[in-house]
Design a protein around this ligand. Structure first.
Ligand SMILES: [Zn+2]
Length: 351
């Protein structure tokens, strides 16, 4: 991995380069931005660059060959600590930070981070899913943030910074990562697919994944996988239902369930599936606004399509904010039915 492997996010890279060359690296950073756009990759690259033996503070780069780089790549560098949501858990428990009740304060990430760097450079902790810390874990981490070690750097990652308590947020320098632009996203999707040894998608599928992924590599890969396995209704599938005069929320729910049921009980997969469904509808409404002549549902006015777009954005926001996905989808289907059914339209417009 080198900085060249990072697609997009040049500004953020430049920001850290400058801070390092001026000797102004902070003790704690909070990397924010929608899920699946490369925050974790960025945090890893930054840690590797700061630990690389051929890197200097004036020019942080990654050689990929020194013992330090090799240890980071193999996950064995003693000065790089990582934490994230434990398998099957929905919260980052306090034990991760200060150890089990029997060994409280004598183990855990806060304890380990306070030790002197073993290789003389920095001691770095990457905390993924920082928006899933509960009050107890947040308070445990707060102490470390208030009294950081001289050579320690904390890198927190959160898709939803609003879920990180204020006292933590205010002690971190927040670095926001934007959604990837379509051409960057297409490049990233091809690159990752290649790295994973997958078959490169044809242009039409790639374009569809880019359209549905909302700037997120993780979401784009998910769409590609669904297109490959035939899980994803083609855009026309949802389009056909939504264009039918008098469609019912139940029709949408049935189409959505075909996708959603494959996600199983894992909430992250459920969220991805939910977003794919919402994005498919969003794509349809975009098409209708762009070319209203296509739709057989002439009774729906352009205003209604704009409202429907809002409906999609709101549903995506709810799902992104970790609301219950089945509930968000039910509300979404119902709201669309209310908006687009000619009978409801007439009743609403008369009032
Ligand atoms: Zn190196």
């Amino acid at each position: 991995m080198s900085w060249q492997d990072l697609i997009g996010h040049d500004l953020q890279q430049e920001m850290f380069r400058r801070a390092s060359s001026r000797g102004r690296l902070g003790h704690a950073y909070l990397l924010t931005g929608t899920a699946g756009i490369g925050k974790r990759t960025f945090a890893r690259l930054l840690a590797q660059a700061l630990l690389c033996r051929n890197s200097t503070s004036e020019d942080i780069h990654i050689c990929d060959e020194c013992p330090s780089c090799r240890q980071v790549l193999s996950g064995t560098h003693p000065d790089l600590l990582t934490a994230g949501l434990p398998e099957g858990k929905s919260e980052l428990p306090i034990e991760v930070f200060v150890g089990s009740p029997e060994k409280r304060g004598r183990e855990g990430l806060c304890h380990d981070l306070a030790l002197s760097p073993m290789q003389g450079g920095y001691r770095i902790a990457i905390i993924d899913d920082a928006d899933r810390m509960n009050v107890a874990s947040s308070n445990a981490l707060l102490k470390t943030l208030e009294e950081p070690g001289a050579r320690s750097i904390l890198i927190l990652i959160a898709s939803d910074p609003d879920q990180v308590i204020n006292t933590i947020r205010s002690r971190c320098q927040q670095v926001h990562f934007g959604r990837l632009a379509p051409d960057f996203l297409a490049t990233a999707l091809k690159k990752v697919t290649e790295e994973q040894g997958g078959e490169l998608p044809d242009e039409a599928r790639l374009q569809r994944a880019v359209d549905l992924a909302d700037g997120s590599v993780a979401r784009g890969l998910d769409v590609l996988e669904r297109l490959r396995s035939g899980d994803l209704l083609d855009g026309e599938g949802f389009g056909r239902i939504l264009s039918r005069p008098g469609f019912l929320a139940a029709d949408l729910a049935a189409a959505g369930d075909a996708i959603f049921s494959k996600a199983g009980t894992d909430t992250a997969s459920q969220r991805e599936a939910g977003l794919v469904i919402v994005q498919s509808c969003l794509e349809h409404f975009h098409r209708q606004i762009g070319d209203p002549g296509q739709t057989p549902n002439h009774s729906v006015t352009a205003d209604r399509y704009l409202d429907a777009l809002d409906c999609c954005f709101e549903a995506a926001r709810q799902i992104d904010r970790k609301a219950s996905v089945p509930l968000s989808l039910d509300t979404f289907y119902h709201d669309l039915e209310m908006l687009l059914r000619p009978t409801w339209k007439t009743a609403a417009d008369k009032s």
